[in-house]
Design a protein around this ligand. Structure first.
Ligand code: MSP
Length: 662
């Protein structure tokens, strides 16, 4: 715990505004938010910056396509990014937009310093340029594709201002040597060192072929190269030319994806050295979330959205999955299957179950007040020791950004407590004095363990741990608890428990995935129809809140009913879908065409038995994907009994295929 509040400044990259956030971007922001919460619990004064990178030819083109001015386009997009981070509980302390006037001034100021110090000169440059990555590709030949994104390069010749990057080869190598932790993880460090040892070419830092950028003062039509502009955002967010007043610069850590490490560990420190400004202390490059072994991207159509997941399972579930499933620094695969499995096993059955078992037993046996522990038995001490030693281990893991390891250590303690309860069986002890005393010891022990676990897991699971915390009757906000003061034994007997609540309702995997996918389709459709912020539903406050059926209005008018077009359809083919136990893929003749429709009836109908059957079909439902399979319409079925067994609606007389239902 620092004597005086030490400062800690951390950043995410600032995201491009020509697309909307997917879980790749969410990952970086979640990591940053976790470290922010952790550092606050270690007593630091923390600032976290994120924002939007709004200049460049991509934005020019996207705005043109949308038929609106660039400034309006980026304002809408920036708001969409900002409000999503707010909704997901990962808001910026400083949200910087590269169109902010303070930022514009900071970029012009940085350029001036570099120029005054002799590191900027005017020249010409011809090269192969990737307009998507906003970078010239050195050594590429005309007609080649971009080695990073695979899209065609364009030949560009420009009068530019150049930055003397070549002058910084030695200073950079010296800096890396003196600051061995500057680039993390180690493997990335070696990669960068090898690159710099290979020699550095001067870098063009202004453009005349782009209009939508920050003007170079007195040098119009020159605008700044987007990376010179964007990197400066880290500094402009905390004061720009006046950074000393705020006292936050230099940054303690820039979190970035591995794709942009060179910009952060070569260009950025070189610009700062040229301007004689302090350098950031660390750049941490994490891996990618892959979808079917490919990096997620809008152009590949394989993006996963965070909001539907947060709506269905709660944001904590997504945070937990991201940090637990992937070793920080390495690539990891994303799958809904693995996500829901983790949710059910570690959160619903693990933390959620331990909390509900413990508090329900305290309610029942001790009138809802934390019991007083009586004489201890060796097994109580074993558990206490495990929890106490987890404190040290978890802090050490967090310090090293080993999030998966930190969570493993916490969940090992949860598993031990579960086992302890199962062995000790407090529910089987009688109401005699001795029985009550033993019960009290056992339940105090698991409650105390839950208190410690909640504090340790809080940086990763801010919402649910705060709920466990208040379940245990703790009143100071969990985020302000000092981890350095956390010790076994601080739970005060007699504390009244908070109101009981379910933390992580168990979900049916198939159904949960279907719901997430349906919400994602809806969001993607509405986002492409109208690229405006707030055109999509907000995140539900509690996990699985979306699982509850939407409220049905009391009465609707005929004008609403006629919007639904239903027809008689005839099933032509039916087959099971691999990996989706409940779904059948049908082709259905609706009179005018044959449609592919997915129906959640696989557990009750054999595919062969359906061929030729006439069914009622909603034909004007927007198409959506279920488990990756397109479904274009809906087959009507009754939902029978508590388990919702589907029974297909049919006709008592023979009816012509395609007839309208009225
Ligand atoms: N605008 C630049 C960054 C400028 S920083 C001065 C940029 N923006 S971006 O929108 O493309 O987002 C980049 C960051 O998003 C990556 O560096 C990474 O942190 C994150 N990710 C984007 N896709 C990702 C995955 N599929 N997986 C993990 N992170 C990914 O580059």
């Amino acid at each position: 715990m620092p004597e005086r509040r030490e400062k800690f400044y951390l950043t995410t990259p600032i995201y491009y505004t020509n697309g909307l956030p997917h879980i790749g971007h969410t990952y970086t922001t979640v990591v940053c938010d976790t470290v922010r919460r952790y550092k606050r619990m270690r007593g630091y004064e923390v600032v976290m910056t994120t924002g939007t990178d709004e200049h460049g030819v991509n934005v020019e083109r996207a705005a043109k396509k949308a038929g609106i001015p660039e400034s309006e386009f980026v304002a809408n997009m920036a708001e969409a990014w900002r409000s999503l981070w707010d909704e997901l509980g990962i808001p910026a302390d400083e949200f910087v937009r590269t169109t902010d006037i303070e930022h514009v001034r900071a970029v012009q100021w940085l350029f001036k310093l570099c120029k005054e110090n002799g590191y900027v000169y005017k020249g010409h440059y011809t090269g192969q340029y990737c307009i998507y990555d906003n970078a010239f590709v050195s050594d590429a030949k005309p007609g080649e594709n971009c080695p990073d994104c695979g899209r065609p390069l364009e030949t560009l010749t420009e009068e530019n201002y150049f930055f003397k990057l070549s002058a910084f080869q030695k200073p950079l190598l010296d800096f890396y040597r003196k600051n061995p932790n500057f680039i993390q993880p180690e493997s990335r460090r070696n990669e960068v060192v090898t690159f710099v040892e290979g020699g550095l070419k001067d870098l063009s830092i202004t453009r005349t072929t782009i209009r939508w950028g920050i003007p170079v003062p007195g040098e119009e039509p020159h605008v700044f190269y987007v990376w010179f502009d964007a990197l400066t955002a880290y500094l402009s967010a905390v004061g720009g030319p006046d950074y000393e007043k705020r006292g936050m610069w230099p940054a303690d850590v820039h979190f970035v994806g591995k794709d942009i490490i060179r910009f952060h560990t070569v260009y950025w420190p070189a610009f700062l050295m040229a301007a004689m400004l302090p350098l950031p202390k660390q750049v941490w490059a994490h891996g990618w979330f892959l979808m079917d072994a490919a990096k997620m991207s809008k152009s590949k159509g394989n993006v996963v959205l965070p909001r539907p997941i947060a709506n269905m399972l709660g944001m904590d579930a997504l945070r937990y999955f991201m940090l637990r499933e992937v070793v920080f620094g390495q690539d990891g695969n994303f799958s809904y299957d693995a996500l829901v499995t983790r949710y059910n096993s570690d959160l619903a059955n693990g933390l959620g179950n331990l909390a509900s078992r413990t508090t329900a037993l305290i309610e029942k046996n001790f009138a809802g007040k934390v019991p007083k522990p009586a004489e201890r038995q060796p097994q109580d001490d074993v558990l206490a020791k495990e929890a106490q030693s987890a404190i040290g281990e978890v802090l050490e893991r967090f310090d090293k950004m080993e999030f998966a390891r930190a969570l493993e250590a916490i969940w090992a303690v949860i598993a031990a407590a579960d086992k302890y309860l199962t062995t000790e069986q407090p529910w089987a002890l009688g109401a005699s004095d001795a029985g009550q005393a033993r019960k009290g010891t056992i339940l105090w022990t698991t409650a105390e363990l839950l208190r410690i676990v909640s504090a340790l897991a809080h940086p990763v699971l801010p919402d649910s741990t705060a709920r466990v915390w208040s379940l245990l009757g703790q009143t100071i906000p969990l985020g302000s608890v000092e981890l350095d003061g956390l010790r076994w034994g601080q739970l005060v007997p007699g504390t009244p428990l908070g109101k009981s609540q379910t933390l992580f309702p168990r979900v049916d995997k198939t159904e949960a995935i279907e719901r997430i996918e349906a919400m994602a389709n809806e969001e993607l459709n509405s986002a492409s129809a109208a690229p405006k912020p707030a055109s999509v539903p907000a995140v539900a406050a509690t996990p699985a809140a979306a699982a509850a059926a939407p409220a049905v209005p009391d009465k609707i008018g005929i004008e609403d009913f006629v919007k639904v077009e239903m027809r008689v359809g005839q099933i032509k083919t039916a087959e099971r879908i691999v990996g989706a136990d409940k779904l059948l893929k049908l082709t259905v003749d609706i009179g005018t065409e044959i449609r592919q429709i997915c129906a959640g009836i696989a557990q009750y109908y054999e595919p062969e038995s359906l061929i030729g059957r006439k069914v009622a079909v909603v034909v004007n439902l927007a198409p959506r994907k279920l488990r990756g399979v397109e479904s274009n319409g809906m087959v009507i079925a009754a939902s029978v009994g508590p388990e919702g067994r589907p029974v297909l609606a049919g006709f008592l007389e023979d009816v012509e295929v395609g007839s309208r239902l009225k």
